[in-house]
Design a protein around this ligand. Structure first.
Ligand code: PBG
Length: 325
């Protein structure tokens, strides 16, 4: 008689036939950065995550490195006085975001740091691109995004992360990087980034919500899967090194489709709202984080993600002996 339960009988047998494994090597930890010194300000809607100044960010990176977590994606929280329509602060080489990136790479040369290319944290309109008469301009935004990306490469970011969803930005950034001699700087493209309700805590953390309108003319419609393949084709041709799907848990089918479509590594962003839901339920005693988080991350990997960006990266790394099997 066929008895599938035979292969589930003991820990030893289960570990032998396990199809998907988590590794800290493939986790990326997002860090929110602010100007100042000694700042470690917890994000209310994302407990355990903080807005950090350069010094405290370097400290947190050090704690992660001790636990073999060495990949970070950095986001700035900018004060209103530094915001304008053209997001000019984003390509000011002296801005705290670029300075912190430099400080992290100096203290921990073996870390891998990924940037964020989008105008929203620096824009007085709170949109990822340039706004004119209520419209998000594509090609005019790309000029600004390219300037931002070049300063990030010069500051020492290993990988540039365009999250803006403007058409043609990957190709424009790739050729600008190559042109100034940064051919080794990679691009992790937010290929399929959806206009999602699950970015709420992130926008609280950065105070980056749009002042008017929504992001539906550039971020994808949650109803669409095939359209992600169009974005993938473009990003591959434009020279992306990684393709990202965002959010992750609600878009496992999209992760699987992109995995089947390309041999490039697939990244998945387990976004702020998806993480906050788990923490909130656990705080009510409604589910157990110790098993819910690894199950969630395993599901994202099983769908086909090679790299997972998650606010639980540090938490997982600190528990790797018990939770990563
Ligand atoms: C914006 C950006 C967003 C996130 C990463 N980059 C939010 C948005 O598009 O409004 C969200 C990440 C998260 O929710 O964890 N360029």
């Amino acid at each position: 008689m066929r008895r599938p339960r035979r292969n589930r009988r003991t820990d030893g047998i289960r570990s032998m036939v396990r199809e998907t494994r988590l590794s800290v090597d493939q986790l990326v930890y997002p860090l929110f950065l602010v100007d100042g010194e000694g700042v470690k300000d917890e994000v209310t809607s994302l407990p355990g995550n903080f807005r950090l100044s350069t010094d405290t960010a370097v400290e947190i990176v050090g704690e992660c490195m001790e636990n073999h977590l060495s990949k970070f994606i950095l986001f700035p929280s900018v004060t209103d006085s530094h915001k304008d329509k053209r997001a000019s602060y984003s390509f000011d080489p002296d801005n705290f975001y670029l300075q912190t990136a430099k400080a992290i790479k100096k203290a921990y040369p073996d870390s891998v740091i990924i940037s964020d290319v989008a105008m929203d944290p620096y824009s007085s309109d709170g949109h990822d691109g340039l706004v004119k008469d209520g419209e998000i301009l594509n090609d005019e935004s790309i000029e600004i995004l390219v300037k931002m990306a070049l300063e990030q490469a010069k500051a020492g970011f290993d990988i540039i992360g365009p999250s803006d969803m403007m058409d043609g930005r990957v190709g424009a950034i790739r050729s600008a990087l190559d042109h100034i001699g940064y051919g080794n700087t990679g691009i992790m493209s937010y290929t399929a980034k959806y206009a999602s309700a699950f970015y709420g805590p992130f926008r609280d953390a950065l105070d980056s919500a749009p002042k008017a309108g929504d992001k539906k003319t550039y971020q994808m419609d949650p109803a669409n899967r095939r359209e992600a393949l169009i974005e993938a084709e473009l990003d591959i041709n434009e020279g992306a090194d990684f393709l990202m799907v965002k959010p992750a848990v609600h878009y496992l089918d999209v992760i699987q489709s992109l995995k089947e479509y390309t041999d490039l590594p697939i990244a998945a962003y387990h976004v702020s709202g998806e993480c906050a839901m788990l923490t909130a339920a656990a705080r009510h005693g409604w589910l157990d984080l110790e098993s819910a988080v690894p199950e969630t991350l395993t599901a994202i990997k099983r769908a086909g993600a090679d790299v997972i960006i998650t606010y639980f990266a540090k938490w997982m790394a600190e528990r790797r002996d018990s939770l990563i099997v």
